[in-house]
Design a protein around this ligand. Sequence first.
Ligand code: PEP
Length: 253
Amino acid sequence: MRKPFVAGNWKMNTDSHSSVSLARDVAAGMSEIAGHKIDVAVIPPFVYLQSVARTLSASSIAVGAQDVYTEQQGAFTGEISGSMLKDIGCTYALCGHSERRHVIGETDELINKKVSAAISGGLLPILCVGELLEQRKTEVTKEVVTRQIRAGLAGLGDEKVSAVTVAYEPVWAIGTGLTATTKQAQEAHRLIRKLLSEMYDEQLADDIRILYGGSVKPDNAAELMGQQDVDGLLVGGASLDADDFVAIVKGAV
Ligand code: PEP
């Protein structure tokens, strides 16, 4: 039985004050679902991670980073390692978010190194995959997602891959207000789970959580979570509003 998981990606938003108050408001809202079996995380910008982690230290809400470097330390100006993130209280790291793939230009090979380095640094990576609108229109979603999963997890054995969460985020649904239909989401998640069962043993593939991301809102969270292979939600814009994020989490329990 996979435990539901909802994570809020704050992207490059908030400031020193609002990041802490947002974290505090989310924690306060979570008290209403105390006792439910669900993992919840917030993913603030790097510079606010430590203060948000401190704010949430007495809560059950975990903290994640939006990216992680491929090495643990050394002459890599401007980069942040998994072990540093672990040191300040992070649990998760996003790897290969669509904005890093398509705005910053990260490749599957780089993302694979980041997934591996996140695990070496003691973090749980969230590997993000998903097709562009053009790729969906030309019916190559399966090929794109298969390539991203195979490349992103290359070289990871059973033990390491059990630390990974996958997030299926169709790029055309991110920040656009367009959400995949429940059928489209389930089809993609089923495809990913089948692929994982070809790459690893059946039980392991069954245990890996696959989150859906792309314009998740309070009014579509429960319906998406009702799909058999949707194990959680990766929320962008709506996670910047504590009431909306808490409502989404409630929809996922
Ligand atoms: C995201 O950033 O991962 C995301 C899904 O964003 P949004 O919910 O705003 O579409």
